[in-house]
Write a protein that binds this ligand. Structure first.
Ligand code: ADP
Ligand code: MG
Length: 247
């Protein structure tokens, strides 16, 4: 639907670090249910843009809107409670805990610090935990310690932890980084499946991966949006070739 209001919007978003604009004048409109890919060279401002959107850092100028609500400056926790979940590039799971226990921490069914006092908590997954584990390919590993998981499984566990918090929008920073080819393919499948139920914004710089999930792409360059379009449009855009793809 053409006139549908975007679920997430950046309006003239700028942030400066010691005067240097890491993100400059970025306008972005993500439709409800969209799977959007952000690409760009190292240092283009992609991660900083996600930091701004999830409220981890404050913009120097501009606004962030969640549907009809201006969420600029309301804080990271309030933004998360409003339905925006963020997966970081480096997994931040609890290595000594099992997959299920990590999911329970994420959904507040288990308090990590007092985990021994909470042993009466069910050790069997709830329907929801089982569904999240299934969706991220971790059901067979649900009682395994995170320290025993592969790099790919760790990334999926962190995504599963984000999903346990019931976000409507999921922000992912290079979800396939460091993965094997097989894990990368699986991650692409996982994102396509996720896009059936969530709005997804994903940073990726591997064009092969981007082609696998092939949706609308936003190209960032030196903090700004350089182009937006399909993979085919992006790959034939002279400015994009010159700034990014040509090297
Ligand atoms: P990308 O994710 O596209 O590789 P980043 O968003 O990480 O790029 O970085 C964009 C630019 O902002 C880089 O030049 C980086 O060095 C700079 N930058 C990022 N975070 C900070 C920070 N906290 N303080 C100072 N400079 C930063
Ligand atoms: Mg980055």
């Amino acid at each position: 639907p053409m006139a549908a209001m975007p679920i997430l919007q950046a309006k003239k978003l700028t942030v400066r670090f010691d005067g240097f604009p890491a993100v400059r004048d970025v306008d972005l409109a993500i439709a409800d249910g969209e799977l959007r890919v952000i690409i760009g060279a190292n240092g283009a401002g992609k991660s900083t843009l996600l930091d701004l959107l999830c409220g981890k850092i404050l913009p120097s100028e501009g606004e962030i809107w969640l549907r009809e609500r201006n969420i600029t400056g309301i804080g990271e926790a309030a933004i998360a409670r409003s339905g925006l979940g963020r997966k970081f590039q480096t997994p931040t799971v609890f290595k000594e805990m099992t997959v299920l226990e990590n999911l329970q921490v994420a959904s507040n069914r288990r308090v990590r610090v007092f985990e021994n006092l909470f042993d009466w908590l069910p050790s069997r997954p709830s329907d929801k935990e089982a569904a999240v584990a299934e969706r991220t390919g971790l059901l067979g590993a649900i009682n395994r310690r995170a320290s025993e998981l592969s790099h790919g499984q760790l990334q999926w566990l962190e995504l599963a932890m984000v999903l346990s918090q019931d976000p409507k929008i999921v922000l992912l920073d290079e979800p396939a980084a460091g993965m094997t080819a097989a894990e990368t393919d699986k991650t692409a499948e996982l994102l396509l499946d996720l896009a059936g139920s969530h709005t997804v914004l994903v940073i990726e710089h591997d064009m092969a991966f981007v082609r696998l999930i092939c949706r609308t792409i936003t190209v960032m360059h030196q903090g700004a949006v350089l182009a937006e379009g399909t993979a085919a449009e992006i790959e034939h855009n002279p400015a994009v070739i010159e700034a990014y793809l040509g090297s």
